[in-house]
Design a protein around this ligand. Structure first.
Ligand code: SF4
Length: 700
């Protein structure tokens, strides 16, 4: 009998990136517990993370490649993928193919997929489901800082005196971070302000809850900036020495939100509550503003991000202990994907297509003369191109767009119509049914590589189980297709460590301190060091050295070294409620579910928290629609319709409805929130407005 062993790895669910110890007993049974040495969680795990050991069964697992629904060998399947992609490129050009990938991929998987599409196919058409999660934060960071940087670290929550949580149900979506915030509240009296239209579990425990009208965040933060100026609570020295554009941003904020009364009216709040928040912010040096999908998933998400950052720049509260704007990501490796260039508008290693020198540099590094010379299609546009027939061959890796994309009916129709669809994934999903070729991928516990969490900390996911059937690592599948397409010389990797070393070397290649994403200090890690490396923040310029907070010296990665204020104005949501669709529908996560439930849906104790699809309504709205708690109802928007149980709750504001985004066809037919969502996107980030769509409801 094998000996018991313990493997140190990382939770695959959310961007907190908690360390996990997997204990494999002699009989093969696996249990998990929090890793007390991991600096993201110090031993804590939330309900999802602590149930990881119960998700390791083979229910629904893909065990063998399939071609047109029939079992096939790897050679048959990979030959077909390579020949169909090569044929589409030969007949219609490189932009006739696309990859839609996932924040579930490990950095090494992401790196080779990006290298194949952008470097060797020669198209920018690789985008990630992180587009739905934090693309607006990326765009906001780049506008303000010149690079996609989260300046702070989790420790800042423990040394802040004020934490502002805006558009973030942290208690459910980043539970371990929330536990750290509550500990700070208990131990040092940290105040917590929650800005969210719903009274969420997070709002239940705060000092002040501002249940603002959906989509009015820019007005709220423009009002704050105007108030800070009027109250002379700005840091004029920091503004003068380290920023540009203050006058224009402050001027527009003052015109947009000149008084507290104007903000209160526009946001649907009591003036006293707005003033209480502004006074707290103005009077508290150590302030962190945490924002998440409630800010990002908007037709104006990038402006919201910059409205928040403007307030931190105006007060000089950035890059110092307990201070800063802080984007928390939804997925375990959204940050890693951003680093390698998993977004269609990024090239690699935080370089974009705007500068020819970047394209030349990456082309030489990869020895890829046919490299893409412009960005590709972002997620919503990519599926539109599939629908239009411009994209002939699509490879979906580790994600379920038939459920998660907005206007999911249109996405399903596009997948059904596409000439050739490849899906590589761990289990069958609503998307795998559209696959011409299905490729079985290795899952958490079998995969080997790295992820980066929301505080720029790289951690290892380590394997402790063999892949079942003939499942393979995503990076290996991509390399095998690349070789069959004639690019084998550039994809000879035998281990994820080799890929990581190349990724690290690219980040430092001709960089000379220009970009802060530089992990060149790890470009020469031995296999043993890669296997053993402890969690660490980037940048990593020298072995052993690491920086924690960034921008504390007042220098930013812009051409003039200054952070940029961005003037922003409050704009209306993409669609307004009207007599036909009188409710504003918001979507979001449940405490115990993850994505489209393909893993957490198999755990009875996680399902028990919310066992069926439900739409939450205020009691007055329920009464107006002759609905009572427990009724079945049809919820419709201009994009589609779902069926759900009604939950009547005072936590909803009047005129608003809420539905979880998780439900997929395996668990509840006709309950995917993606069927209802609007595909309208932010013009800067391409992120869709998933938090606001007009809806109506009728009893079944
Ligand atoms: Fe996993 Fe996130 Fe929970 Fe940590 S907080 S255990 S990373 S789901």
């Amino acid at each position: 009998m094998a000996e018991a062993r313990e493997v140190r790895t990382t939770c695959p669910y959310c961007g907190v990136g908690c360390g996990v110890l997997a204990e494999i007993a002699a009989d093969g049974t696996t249990t998990v517990r929090g890793d007390p040495e991991h600096p993201a969680n110090f031993g804590r795990l939330c309900s999802k993370g602590s149930a990881l050991g119960e998700t390791l069964g083979l229910e629904g697992r893909l065990l063998q490649p399939e071609v047109l629904g029939k079992p096939a060998s790897w050679d048959e399947a990979l030959d077909l993928v390579a020949s169909k992609f090569s044929q589409a490129i030969a007949e219609h050009g490189p932009d006739a193919v696309a990859f839609y990938v996932s924040g579930q991929l490990l950095t090494e998987d992401y790196y080779v997929a990006n290298k194949l599409m952008k470097g060797f196919v020669g198209s920018g058409n690789i985008d990630t489901n992180s587009r739905l999660c934090m693309a607006s934060s990326v765009a906001g960071h780049r506008r303000a800082f010149g690079e996609d940087i989260v300046p702070g670290v989790y420790e800042d929550f423990e040394c802040a005196d004020l934490i502002v949580l805006t558009g973030s149900n942290t208690a459910w979506c980043h539970p371990v971070l929330y536990q750290r915030m509550l500990a700070a509240r208990r131990e040092r009296g940290t105040k917590i302000v929650v800005i969210d239209p719903r009274r969420t579990a997070t709002a239940d425990e705060c000092d002040l809850h501002l249940a603002l009208d959906p989509g009015t965040d820019v007005l709220m933060f423009n009002g704050l900036l105007a108030y800070l100026v009027q109250a002379e609570k700005i840091d004029t020295g920091f503004i003068r020495d380290h920023t540009s554009g203050f006058d224009a941003a402050a001027g527009l904020a003052g015109a947009d939100a000149p008084t507290i009364a104007r903000v209160a009216k526009g946001c649907g709040l009591a003036a006293a509550d707005v003033r209480a928040f502004y006074d707290l912010f103005a009077g508290t040096e150590r302030t962190v503003t945490v924002y998440s999908q409630g800010v990002n998933q908007s037709a104006h998400g990038t402006d919201k991000v910059n409205a928040i950052i403007n307030c931190h720049l105006a007060t000089g509260r950035i890059g110092k202990p307990g201070m800063g704007p802080f984007s928390v990501t939804g997925q375990p490796n959204a940050m890693g994907g951003r680093e390698v260039g998993g977004l269609a508008n990024q090239l690699a290693a935080h370089m974009d297509f705007a500068d020819e020198a970047n394209i030349d540099r990456v082309s030489r590094f990869w020895n890829a003369p046919n490299i893409a010379r412009r960005g590709g299609l972002k997620a919503v546009d990519m599926f539109q191109a599939v629908a239009d027939g411009r994209i002939k061959a699509l490879w979906v890796m580790g994600t379920n767009p038939a459920v998660s994309m907005p206007d999911a009916s249109r996405v399903r129709a596009a997948l059904a119509k596409c000439e050739f669809v490849v899906v590589s994934d761990v289990t069958r999903t609503d998307t795998t049914r559209y696959a011409d070729v299905l490729l079985p991928a290795a899952a958490w516990g079998e995969k080997d590589g790295t992820v980066t969490n929301s505080e720029r900390r790289l951690s290892r996911q380590r394997p402790f189980l063999p892949p079942p059937g003939v499942a393979r690592a995503d990076w290996r599948i991509v390399c095998e297709v690349a070789a069959r397409m004639g690019f084998g010389d550039a994809f000879t990797y035998q281990t994820p460590a080799e890929i990581f070393r190349e990724h690290a070397a690219l980040s430092a290649f001709e960089n000379a301190g220009g970009r802060l994403f530089d992990i060149g200090g790890m470009a020469d890690l031995s296999d043993e060091d890669y296997s053993a490396f402890a969690p660490r923040h980037w940048p990593v310029l020298e072995r052993g050295e690491q920086q924690t907070r960034l921008f504390g010296d007042g220098r930013f990665p812009t051409p003039d070294g200054r952070a940029r204020f961005v003037p922003v104005r409050q704009e209306a949501t993409a669609f307004s409620v009207d007599v036909d669709y009188p409710l504003a529908l918001n979507t979001g996560r449940l405490r115990d579910q993850w994505h489209t439930m393909t893993r957490t849906g198999n755990v009875p104790r996680l399902m028990a928290h919310a066992p069926e699809p439900a739409v939450e309504l205020h009691p007055a709205d329920a009464a107006a629609h002759r609905l009572k708690d427990g009724d079945l109802a049809h919820l419709s928007t201009r994009f589609g319709s779902v069926r759900a149980r009604v939950r009547v709750t005072e936590a909803q504001r009047r005129g608003q409805a809420f539905m979880p985004m998780h439900w997929s066809g395996q668990f509840a037919a006709r309950a995917a929130a993606g069927l209802l969502s609007s595909p309208v996107t932010d013009p800067h980030s391409g992120q869709p407005e998933l938090k606001h769509v007009p809806a109506r409801i009728v009893r079944e």
